[in-house]
Design a protein around this ligand. Structure first.
Ligand SMILES: Nc1ncnc2c1ncn2[C@@H]1O[C@H](COP(=O)(O)OP(=O)(O)O)[C@@H](O)[C@H]1O
Ligand SMILES: [Mg+2]
Length: 360
């Protein structure tokens, strides 16, 4: 069973929303409704998120991402459709039950994280626990653990204004982690950060995720970020999910021209991993001491071993067992180069492309 499930979710702002849903179901577009002063923010969104997955929702500003996210934790009531969390219909809960689920099981991390200026970093991280009514000593212990996880060990007694923007965002993450909520909803949580710090935060989230195995819905307008973080990615356009797939699906099989226009500038060598392009072990003979990489290695890092010998590279899984092989031809074809490039042709890393962002 999936941890989180959205079934035909609609959110319409403005007059007579139910009537608008019926018109949308009948095929009316967002623009027709807008002419009547009605905004269809989310239209017929359905998807499932498995436990332990990072599910990314990617789309331009105004495409309905935040509205969708706020329906997932019951902050906004759907105009139509259902949200199931562990099989429980959130839309059917009483306000009291909903508050309970929201404070214990679901945590939200926003883009601009408001810290209380006159509370220490520890007290800020403990805020969610305070709301839950957890006793002071336990609060302090759990918040300190969460700060450690978020890379802020040692900063407990500092004040928010002593922290950089990136560190403040980590306090936000720590606050969410401290509550032990299993579902994290992250709305453009890293979007306000400088590119280098942002990358750091992405790495840290991926690292945390291998240990904590939360279920995460992460919103971004940045396709590179989506591809780095997402086990699955839903691309939204004008309120609708136009594609839902893995980073590789979206790169290799874009659902339409709209999605294709986004992926043009994505650096494939950083998105694709050895595990995503490998063949079964035995598909190609490995040498005596083959170069070995983990399945999570970006293919960009395979250029060095190939430049050295051209021989197939061994790929291991998380337990260190041989999981597959990557040949030079496979690497080239995955990157979109002709597979019949002359034998011995230099395999060079393409120049890093500029990071693309949907806002650009
Ligand atoms: N409370 C609201 N009332 C009216 N319109 C809204 C409201 N919230 C969002 N919208 C509209 O819904 C659409 C989707 O907004 P939003 O979900 O914030 O998109 P995103 O997060 O992708 O930028 C936009 O056209 C926005 O103006
Ligand atoms: Mg938004």
């Amino acid at each position: 069973m999936s941890r989180l499930k959205a079934e035909h979710l609609y959110k319409v702002f403005g007059r007579r929303p139910e009537a608008a849903v019926r018109r949308l179901e009948g095929g009316a577009g967002r623009d027709e409704l807008r002419a009547d002063g009605t905004t269809a923010a989310v239209i017929d969104a359905s998807f499932e998120v498995e436990a332990g997955q990072i599910f990314v929702v990617m789309g331009l500003s105004g495409s309905g991402k935040s509205t969708l996210l706020r329906m997932l934790n019951g902050l906004l009531e759907p105009t139509a459709g259902r949200v199931l969390y562990d099989g429980q219909d959130l839309t059917a809960l009483s306000p009291r039950e909903l508050r309970e689920v929201r404070s214990k099981k679901i945590s939200m991390v926003f883009q601009h994280f408001a810290l209380f200026p006159h509370r220490s970093v520890l007290e800020n991280a403990a805020y969610g626990l305070e709301v839950q009514g957890v006793a002071r000593a336990e609060r302090a212990e759990r918040a300190a653990e969460a700060l450690e996880l978020a890379g802020l060990g040692g900063w407990e007694t500092s004040w928010p204004d002593e922290l950089s923007g990136g560190m403040q965002q980590r306090v936000g993450l720590a606050r969410a982690l401290a509550t032990d909520a299993d579902l994290l909803l992250m709305d453009e949580s890293f979007s306000a950060l400088d590119p280098l710090i942002r990358r750091d935060m992405q790495d840290q989230l991926l690292d945390l995720q291998t240990r904590l195995k939360k279920t995460i819905v992460f919103i971004t307008h940045d396709l590179n970020e989506a591809m780095r973080l997402g086990d699955r990615i839903a691309v939204m356009r004008d309120g609708r999910i136009v594609q839902n797939g893995t980073a590789e699906d979206i790169l290799v099989r874009p659902a339409n021209d709209y999605v294709a226009s986004f992926i043009q500038d994505v650096d494939r060598s950083r998105v694709l991993t050895a595990g995503s392009i490998m063949d079964a072990p035995g598909a190609a003979a490995l040498g005596d001491a083959p170069a070995t990489v983990s399945a999570h290695t970006p293919v960009a890092e395979l250029f060095t071993p190939f430049a050295r010998s051209g021989a197939p590279v061994a790929v291991t899984d998380d337990t260190g067992e041989l999981a597959g092989v990557v040949t030079r031809d496979k690497l080239l074809s995955a990157l979109g180069a002709p597979a019949d490039a002359p034998e011995g042709a230099a395999v060079e890393a393409p120049a890093r492309k500029q990071e693309v962002s949907a806002d650009a």
